[in-house]
Design a protein around this ligand. Structure first.
Ligand SMILES: CCCCC/C=C/C(=O)SCCNC(=O)CCNC(=O)[C@H](O)C(C)(C)COP(=O)(O)OP(=O)(O)OC[C@H]1O[C@@H](n2cnc3c(N)ncnc32)[C@H](O)[C@@H]1OP(=O)(O)O
Ligand SMILES: NC(=O)C1=CN([C@@H]2O[C@H](COP(=O)(O)OP(=O)(O)OC[C@H]3O[C@@H](n4cnc5c(N)ncnc54)[C@H](OP(=O)(O)O)[C@@H]3O)[C@@H](O)[C@H]2O)C=CC1
Length: 253
């Protein structure tokens, strides 16, 4: 990945940071973008231990203006954008009958609209560069299994899956690949804090995973590294589940 310029939204924490660390280890220049500046600066220090360039840009992906600024900054600093990882997300458990309009909108705005704003802005830049490029979206196995209590996130992630396939077809002629990783439960992440914060919930989640454990952020980062690399040069429009067979565990007698 030497010489590659990569933007990772939500890159200061959890899976985003794990991907940023792995891409940096492989030689890439990294731009991480999210809202909390303190988290961004702390993460940048860790990511820059690989002697690569790390830029932070305080960005709310719900704002098309801020997304445009983020892309401009990445181009000013690195001269181009090769790879975008749409990882930023929000989620919390709330019964559908109790969910406020604002609660629904806040998650759909981050997950679906944010992914769209970033993809369109970066897609335009990649076409302008005439270099092609790579977009990797982070989805969720809940798109197939459903998940009571997170209707906003599950519906938004389904939209991201449909967007992945659509943009892959539309932009293939521009040599832009668009793929999606759908993780199951991954330990030590923001999802863990939001979705299985009690020992009871954690036990229930673990019980549904045939592999008998949750995934690690590094395991997701390794899959992401493959997908954004030239090893995957003929892979586009695809979704990759990484979940210890969790979403399949519905059979048995
Ligand atoms: C197999 C596993 C699959 C896992 C799938 C996906 C997992 C993930 O995406 S995990 C990502 C976890 N990380 C985060 O959520 C970090 C970012 N999250 C946030 O910033 C907040 O949680 C946010 C999503 C609510 C957005 O923050 P902000 O824009 O500041 O929103 P507000 O605090 O103003 O809230 C807006 C709206 O939502 C209501 N609300 C917030 N939290 C809850 C809650 N726990 N329960 C019910 N309602 C909630 C809040 O009350 C506001 O609504 P109104 O009160 O009607 O204004
Ligand atoms: N961990 C897991 O088990 C699973 C995770 N996923 C997906 O993986 C991705 C990472 O999740 P995870 O690492 O668990 O969670 P984190 O909470 O660690 O990561 C979410 C990141 O998104 C950023 N973010 C949230 N809202 C915005 C916004 N409006 N603008 C810009 N950035 C924003 C947050 O930073 P800040 O708040 O500073 O803006 C944070 O860094 C998400 O897409 C999630 O849906 C999917 C399935 C399972």
């Amino acid at each position: 990945m030497e010489g590659k310029s990569i933007i990772i939204t939500g890159g200061a924490t959890g899976l985003g940071k794990a991907m940023a660390m792995e891409f940096a280890r492989l030689g890439a220049d990294i731009v991480i973008a999210s809202r909390n500046l303190e988290n961004l600066e702390k993460a940048a220090k860790e990511i820059s231990t690989f002697n690569n360039k790390v830029i932070v840009t305080q960005t709310d992906v719900r704002s098309p203006e801020q997304v445009e600024k983020m892309v401009r900054r990445a181009v000013e600093e690195n001269g181009k954008i090769d790879i975008l990882v749409n990882n930023a997300a929000g989620n919390f458990r709330v019964p559908s009958l109790d969910m406020s309009v604002n609660a629904w909108n806040s998650v759909v705005d981050i997950v679906l609209h944010g992914t769209w704003y970033c993809s369109q802005e970066v897609g335009r830049q990649m076409v302008f560069q005439k270099t092609g490029g790579n977009i990797l979206n982070i989805g969720s196995t809940h798109v197939w299994s459903g998940n009571p209590g997170t209707a906003h996130s599950t519906a938004a992630k389904a939209g991201v899956l449909a967007l992945t396939k659509t943009l892959a077809v539309e932009w293939a002629q521009e040599n832009i690949r668009v793929n999606l990783i759908a993780p199951g439960p991954i330990e030590g992440t923001g999802a863990a804090e939001q979705l299985w914060s009690t020992p009871e919930l954690e036990k229930a989640v673990l019980n549904r995973i045939p592999s008998g454990r949750m995934g690690t952020p590094k395991e997701v980062a390794y899959l992401a590294s493959y997908l954004v690399s030239d090893y995957a040069s003929y892979v586009t429009g695809s979704s990759f589940v990484i979940d210890g067979a969790g979403h399949l565990n519905k059979g048995g007698v």
